[in-house]
Design a protein around this ligand. Structure first.
Ligand code: SAM
Length: 178
């Protein structure tokens, strides 16, 4: 496996499992459930309960505080919508604020966002850090308890609280990524 990646949501990045660095999990956790956990054996736990393929974590029952660093690409929107439905969840995605995922789910349903300072060095499946990601990342909280965790985490970046809205869908005047 290559130990670096250059694009935010394409190429090798789509096809690989890139793990959340443990320092980030320690600052935000503990978590009860990771519904899209790395395949076993994983170098560190991300939550008390892991759901990994071939079980489909998107369709499984969720409980407790959820950690969600979802699969990349168009399917990420479904994971974020599930986080919003669940409420007690923190998600980690690329800060691509123009995408349908952000416009339709995050900007409407998130309680707080922490735009990270610098770029994350995600880890490969052996736990080895890669070069820094090809795009900035954001942590997204979907209820007050998870928003509090972002605030208390001490993770460097810009924290935004927001009131979820029920705005109606709007067509982009331009092209739009998923
Ligand atoms: C970006 S990695 C994040 C891994 C881990 N959650 C973490 O934070 O380190 C996304 C993971 O989702 C897993 N995955 C993809 N689709 C899934 C599904 N339907 N159910 C459960 N896991 C899934 C992949 O195997 C991959 O390891």
């Amino acid at each position: 496996m290559s130990n670096s990646f250059a694009s935010a949501d394409g190429g090798g990045f789509n096809r690989e499992t890139w793990l959340t660095p443990p320092a980030l999990l320690q600052a935000l956790g503990p978590f009860d459930l990771d519904p899209c956990a790395a395949p076993s054996p994983r170098p560190w736990p991300t939550a008390a309960r892991h759901i990994e393929l071939p079980e489909d974590g998107l369709r499984a029952a969720w409980s407790g505080m959820v950690w969600c660093n979802p699969p990349y690409g168009a399917q990420a929107a479904h994971w974020l919508a599930r986080c919003a439905d669940h409420g007690s969840a923190i998600a980690l995605v690329f800060a691509r604020t123009e995408t349908a995922m952000f416009q339709d789910v995050v900007w409407r349903r998130a309680a707080a966002l922490l735009f990270l300072r610098g770029r994350i060095a995600f880890c490969d499946r052996s736990g080895k850090p890669a070069l820094s990601a090809g795009a900035p990342s954001v942590l997204i909280a979907f209820d007050d308890a998870s928003a509090e965790r972002l605030e208390r985490s001490g993770i460097a970046g810009h924290l935004m609280r927001q009131t979820p809205t029920a705005a109606t869908a709007q067509e982009s005047l331009f092209g739009e990524a998923a």
